[in-house]
Design a binder for this molecule. Structure first.
Ligand SMILES: Nc1ncnc2c1ncn2[C@@H]1O[C@H](COP(=O)(O)OP(=O)(O)O)[C@@H](O)[C@H]1O
Ligand SMILES: [Mg+2]
Length: 341
């Protein structure tokens, strides 16, 4: 649905050109939820603004359903933008207008809808976001989560096929975040709307993103299925972003109960199982094939979006040849492993 190719963008600051997006290319399939993560200042907001040409790239193309929006006329762009809804971290509601009027605004601005049509559409949106009883209230009397629901209703009233979100849940507490994520997922699944979102919250990626791109200094440094990126990131920066608690810290915390000394016959290994192989009897296969021993130090079984995964931190005791056999079995069974020590 979206195909971004070789996007460049720079800003002139004090007569010097600063590169902000540096040869960005990626694709988002129709109906996907695509997350963009990265440190502050990496270029995330600039990138998402380029997707509806709020920022104009210096070069590169942005194809949305086969139309390169960097090459079309102002009139065509206005039409194209109606296909793209946007939600923001701080909601951007008009405080002097009621909830009804805020949601109606995009249709009122288009000025080709009757009052009745607008009323019908707004009521549908109020229903969708669960704010039927709030039509005549003003933003100031709403909680953060309710304000974001209004933001979502306003973004969807033009029936877009694409929703862009820049940190839409960052100003919300964890419980409210969870309910907004559920709403976004419902919108994605029921209405088939493609979502591109920026976030610094892992919870957002875990719950709703199918794919994720990591951006740093204006470049995509890593990209792929959320489960793969979260469970075995390749780049050092991605590891920092997605692995909240280092293993060193973990082993340090449990050292009163468990101490580990490095040797050629003892290793600490992290196993990651994704999808179907989450439920495979991997450890028993290895111990049948070799004379090694395991202790399980830590384990997790959960889901990333719709993908089940498991992660096990184990201590392996055995000879080098047992370790080689174990590695082969892991490879055969498609289990990702990382020998930490
Ligand atoms: N309008 C602008 N003029 C000059 N520099 C800008 C402008 N907008 C963003 N930048 C710079 O571009 C870089 C990326 O900004 P941004 O896209 O907001 O990053 P992020 O959203 O990842 O924090 C930053 O160094 C920022 O200072
Ligand atoms: Mg930003």
């Amino acid at each position: 649905m979206i195909k971004v190719s070789n996007l460049f963008k720079s800003y002139k600051v004090k007569k010097k050109q600063h590169s902000v997006l540096d040869d960005i290319s990626f694709e988002v399939g129709a109906g996907q939820v695509y997350g963009i993560i990265g440190r502050s200042g990496a270029g995330k907001s600039t990138l998402i603004k380029c997707l509806n040409l709020l920022e104009v790239p210096d070069s590169g193309s942005i194809m949305i359903d086969g139309v390169d929006i960097t090459k079309i006329s102002a009139k065509e762009l206005r039409k194209e933008r109606q296909q793209i809804g946007v939600i923001f971290q701080h909601f951007n509601l008009l405080s002097s207008k009621t909830i009804f009027e805020n949601i109606a605004l995009p249709l009122v601005l288009q000025s080709n809808y009757s009052k009745e049509e607008i009323k019908e559409q707004v009521n549908k949106m109020l229903q969708l976001v669960g704010l039927q009883d709030f039509a005549n209230k003003y933003p100031a009397s709403l909680s953060g989560g309710q304000k974001q629901r209004v933001g979502i209703a306003r973004a969807l009233i033009t029936k877009p096929k694409l929703l862009l979100s820049d940190e839409a849940t960052s100003a919300l507490d964890p419980q409210t975040t969870a309910s907004i994520l559920e709403l976004l997922l419902e919108i994605n699944q029921k209405l088939g709307i493609t979502i591109v979102l920026i976030t610094h919250e892992l919870e957002v990626v875990r719950k709703i993103c199918d794919k994720v791109a990591v951006i740093d200094s204006g470049k995509i440094i890593e990209e792929g299925d959320s489960a793969a990126i979260l469970l075995h990131p390749k780049e050092a920066l991605t590891r920092k972003l997605v692995i909240e608690e280092g293993f060193e810290l973990y082993l340090e915390n449990v050292k009163d109960f468990y101490s580990f000394e490095k040797s050629s016959e003892r290793h600490i290994i992290l196993l990651s199982f994704i999808g179907e192989n989450t439920y495979q009897p991997v450890l028993s296969n290895i111990s049948k094939a070799t004379d090694c021993h395991f202790s399980i130090l830590r384990g997790e079984l959960d889901r990333i979006k719709n993908t089940p995964f498991g992660q096990l931190l184990i201590e392996f005791q055995g000879s080098e040849s047992a370790l080689a056999t174990a590695k082969n079995i892991l490879k055969e069974m498609n289990v990702h492993y990382e020998i930490i020590y």
